[in-house]
Design a protein. Structure first.
Length: 333
């Protein structure tokens, strides 16, 4: 990892403290002393406010939970699949002025962001998964880098308790053992809600054989990925489909993602979401090379690995707004 402003800032603070001690001053006696601020919850805020540049609102939300307060997000919330964003020159300039750049290595623009960061910024790749364990581990890693572990620990205590409560509430609505099939990158939402994924698909397009195999499971509903939907062929065959989100909105409120998905899952469990047999199916998405034929679709193939490397379909009128407010995928009956 490159030498960072974080390290230099820490050295500067230490040097000031040593100089004050040499002059016979201490924090208690000097009217000019500026100790780290203490928040109302008793946690200690960072002595130096760091400029954090986050690749997406998801990585930004982790930085916020870790205690960062000055966060600039590169990919805007009106992008259906943020890892595919093409940064502007002004975006890359923001990275060049950062103390800490937080990103996920699977993002298509990660290399450009890293190259733009220059020699002064600390580069910090994170792993993205909205499971409680992964969020906790990544937030604590970030906090250790920023020197905000006390703040992060306090934030996580509240956040993880609310996440557990939402998951338990969703599970309380489960009646029997409904069969769920899931897109590859949203399977953990089923477990969080007290359900088990009986089968999965993606991120590559669903073949006719894939579709037949999943239909043989007689799923009660399908958990699709709002940011890279691929379960339309199942919906066209009568399986209710809900599109769960992973990326928060501009407020970087990750808890709102859990609340949103909780609400959709509970609606599905109560039969309030029904399938749309006229849903647009991606070309090759389970109905052969010509697709299902219910409307216009645009298909873009991405290269690489991880969450960001799939064949993604953008549907006309899909709704690319703030994901903490949208009810994408709630095809109410």
């Amino acid at each position: 990892m490159r030498a960072s402003r974080l390290v230099r800032a820490g050295v500067s603070v230490a040097a000031v403290a040593l100089l004050a001690a040499a002059c016979g001053e201490d924090e208690a006696s000097s009217p000019d002393a500026t100790p780290a601020a203490t928040a109302t919850d008793g946690t200690t805020a960072p002595a130096v406010e760091l400029k954090v540049v986050a690749s997406t609102t998801w990585t930004g939300a982790l930085a916020k939970l870790a205690g960062a307060t000055d966060i600039t997000v590169i990919a805007p919330t009106n992008i259906l699949h943020p890892p595919d964003y093409d940064p502007k020159a002004s975006d890359l300039a923001a990275a060049a002025d950062a103390d800490l750049v937080v990103y996920a290595e699977f993002e298509s623009f990660a290399t450009r962001l890293v190259d733009a960061a220059g020699g002064d910024a600390t580069l910090f790749p994170v792993e993205l998964e909205n499971s409680a364990a992964k969020i906790e581990s990544e937030v604590l890693r970030l906090a250790e880098e920023m020197g905000t572990t006390d703040t992060a620990t306090a934030n996580l205590e509240t956040f993880l308790a609310e996440v557990a409560d939402l998951g338990s509430d969703a599970a309380s609505h489960v009646d029997g053992e409904p069969v769920v099939v899931t897109q590859a990158f949203v399977g953990y939402w089923a477990e969080w809600a007290g359900l088990t994924s009986a089968g999965s698909y993606g991120p590559q397009p669903m073949s006719a054989g894939d579709l037949a195999g999943l239909l043989d499971l007689t799923p009660a509903f399908v958990f699709d990925n709002y940011h890279m939907p691929g379960g339309q062929a199942l919906e066209a065959e009568g399986v209710p489909r809900i599109e769960l989100i992973n990326y928060p909105g501009d407020d970087l409120d990750l808890l709102a993602v859990f609340q949103h998905n909780h609400d959709l899952i509970v609606q599905a469990l109560h039969g309030e979401i029904s399938a749309d047999p006229n849903v647009s199916v991606p070309e090759g998405g389970g109905h052969g090379d010509t697709g299902h034929g219910h409307g216009d679709t645009t298909e873009t193939t991405m290269a690489g690995h991880g969450h960001g490397d799939t064949t993604e379909t953008t549907m006309a009128g899909h709704g690319h707004g703030d994901t903490t407010e949208t009810t994408a995928g709630a095809h109410s009956g």
